[in-house]
Design a protein around this ligand. Structure first.
Ligand SMILES: Cc1cc2nc3c(=O)[nH]c(=O)nc-3n(C[C@H](O)[C@H](O)[C@H](O)COP(=O)(O)OP(=O)(O)OC[C@H]3O[C@@H](n4cnc5c(N)ncnc54)[C@H](O)[C@@H]3O)c2cc1C
Length: 263
């Protein structure tokens, strides 16, 4: 099986700071890591490769420094890496990002499965995976805890409210992967890092993947972020001690005062 894993470079923090004037992420001074969901997706893909054979290719879209996450994935065991890097991609929204990644994946060649993280810990939209599947016209199975292979098909254990469901899917198919409960991210050893330098690595521009420029970047993005702001600070919660009846009266009084209910 040929598996492509989408890996995004993200700031090593969920406390992402926003420039209030431009609305862009402030990345300066924040170390970058592989998106943890993508790390989990990669480990799942590598496990399938180890058990059943096949090939794992990484793809990332980002500035030149995003090479480090591709290189790390290669050191962890992927066979080949692709970085989509071009000023034309800058400022892309999730639709444009999905479009570019889908074009890159199509250029990689025959792909049986695409593994994405469920979401990126900076953008957090969880839209890119489904967007890629839509662009490529293939089915998608989202929120997967684990993906395995049974004969020619994939078997995914999918998280749903209050439990899980087992989904069988014929290739080609896209999965979005959760971080498993007991997941401890693996660090590559020095020999693995050293060996990864010799693995095939490509940087592709918008022209290389045959992308139409009017679908890329800020101008090609159908959504525009008009304003990004932190939610207002919540007032401190009030502690109340008393009987259940007194508590109910107290809550009613607050609701009347705030005119949430009539007198
Ligand atoms: C108008 C607009 C302008 C923007 N401008 C900027 C900007 O200037 N700078 C900026 O940093 N962000 C910008 N963004 C955010 C950027 O669009 C998103 O970060 C990106 O589209 C991915 O969305 P997400 O982070 O929500 O990822 P999600 O959809 O949550 O990611 C899900 C999965 O998709 C895959 N994936 C997502 N992105 C990538 C990627 N780049 N490479 C490989 N795999 C990926 C990963 O597997 C990931 O786990 C902008 C967004 C909008 C709407």
């Amino acid at each position: 099986m040929n598996i492509v894993v989408c890996v995004k470079q993200v700031p090593d923090s969920t406390e992402v700071k926003i420039n209030p004037e431009t609305g862009h992420l402030i990345r300066a001074g924040v170390p970058s890591i592989i998106n943890p969901y993508d790390h989990a997706a990669l480990e799942n893909a590598l496990k399938l490769k180890k058990t059943y054979g096949g090939r794992v290719t990484l793809i990332s879209m980002g500035p030149p420094q995003a090479r480090s996450v591709v290189q790390m994935g290669l050191a962890l065991g992927a066979d080949e890496g692709v970085l989509l890097s071009d000023m034309a991609f800058a400022g892309s929204d999730t639709w444009s990002t999905s479009y570019a990644l889908a074009k890159g994946i199509a250029k990689i060649g025959k792909t049986d499965a695409i593994f994405c993280g469920m979401q990126a810990i900076d953008g957090d939209t969880a839209q890119t995976g489904p967007g890629i599947a839509q662009q490529l016209g293939i089915p998608q199975v989202t929120f997967c805890e684990h993906v395995d292979i049974d004969g020619k098909n994939f078997i995914a254990r999918r998280h749903i409210d209050g439990g899980h469901e087992i989904v069988e899917a014929r290739p080609p198919v896209l999965f979005t992967i959760l971080v498993p409960k007991e997941f401890s991210p693996r660090c590559p050893s020095f020999p693995e890092i050293h060996g990864s330098v010799k693995k095939p690595y490509h940087v592709w521009t918008a022209d290389d993947i045959g992308a139409e420029k009017h679908y890329l970047g800020l101008k090609g993005s159908p959504t525009q972020v008009s304003r990004i702001y932190p939610p207002p600070q919540r007032e401190k919660a009030e502690m109340f001690s008393g009987s259940a009846h007194e508590a109910a009266e107290h809550i009613l009084a607050i609701m009347r005062k705030g005119q949430f209910i009539a007198e």
